[in-house]
Design a binder for this molecule. Structure first.
Ligand SMILES: NC(=O)c1ccc[n+]([C@@H]2O[C@H](COP(=O)([O-])OP(=O)(O)OC[C@H]3O[C@@H](n4cnc5c(N)ncnc54)[C@H](OP(=O)(O)O)[C@@H]3O)[C@@H](O)[C@H]2O)c1
Length: 262
């Protein structure tokens, strides 16, 4: 049964959490999209979908419980999205898994390496495969991959994170090489900065307090990128004219130097 009776364009936010994921969802919904929110935790998804519906009208957000480490889970969610909302016009692959305090290779288990790489990379491959056929059939589609500094630099302590993010960057370039000519605009966004979400935002604030840097607490926006400001970039990429498509873009808050550890 269609839950998108007005046939609005559809965005799938894969890895929909309270940071970049929700902000991107809200940005596109404000422009007339319906959003499919994909993540593992039902209560968080439900709260997010209800909040978006309350702010933008009933039926603008639906959630799909998905574990990106499993191909069947990804396929089943995208099949439900197609049945309930219609073909996906914009895919944002936003999930990422890392430790805040990194560990050396010898202290990193194979299980963690596998699990995190599935989230950082395999889920993106599977999600891309799910949306491409319909995008190609309609001759257009946007696929945006959320990257990180770890996608460009292999820093100590990030062995279970960085290889997957490197791969994600490569995947984005390959999508471009294989499908751009057929109307698919893929872009990789290098988030080279801490984001003011729950995890890193909260951790940064605690660090500043511990280290006696209260001035940073009064000037948060120049140290932590705001999810809503980042979401503006995703919208900008999606709405670029065909004569001027960006394939990769980096972003950081004003006082964050190039190549942060994220
Ligand atoms: N936060 C930063 O400072 C920062 C800096 C640089 C780059 N980035 C990149 O930006 C992206 C978004 O970061 P964010 O912190 O703003 O996150 P977010 O959008 O708040 O949430 C991402 C969501 O991904 C979901 N996810 C994780 N593993 C999953 C799995 N196996 N299956 C399904 N969903 C899964 C999580 O929800 P569930 O746990 O409910 O599944 C999480 O809430 C990530 O790719 C990250 O690498 C972030």
């Amino acid at each position: 049964m269609s839950h998108n009776t007005q046939k609005k364009p559809v965005i799938a936010v894969v890895g929909a959490g309270p940071g970049i994921g929700e902000a991107v969802a809200r940005r596109f919904v404000a422009e007339g999209f319906v959003v499919a929110l994909l993540a593992r935790t039902e209560d968080k998804l439900q709260t997010m979908a209800t909040g978006i519906d309350n702010d933008h009208g009933k039926g603008t957000a639906r959630y799909y419980i998905t574990d990106l480490r499993h191909e069947d889970s990804v396929k089943s969610s995208f099949a439900s999205i197609k049945a309930e909302l219609g073909a996906v016009n914009v895919l944002v692959y936003n999930a990422g898994a890392r430790r805040v305090n990194g560990r050396s290779i010898l202290d990193t288990s194979s299980e963690e390496f596998e699990n995190f790489t599935k989230i950082n990379l395999f889920g993106a491959f599977w999600s891309t495969k799910c949306v491409l056929p319909d995008m190609l059939a309609s001759g257009k589609g946007t696929i945006l991959y959320t990257g990180a500094t770890g996608g460009l630099r292999g820093s100590a302590g990030l062995s279970s994170f960085s290889p997957g993010k490197f791969g994600l960057r490569s995947l984005s370039q390959i999508v471009t090489r294989e499908y751009q000519e057929k109307g698919i605009h893929a872009a990789h966004i290098i988030v080279d900065t801490p984001v003011d979400g729950k995890l890193i935002g909260g951790w940064s604030r605690r660090q500043w307090q511990r280290q006696g840097e209260p001035e940073k607490l009064e000037d948060v926006e120049s140290h932590l990128s705001q999810p809503a400001d980042l979401a503006q970039i995703y919208w900008f990429l999606h709405t670029q004219p065909r004569s001027a498509w960006t394939q990769e873009l980096d972003v950081r808050a004003q006082k964050v130097s190039m190549f942060s550890k994220l």
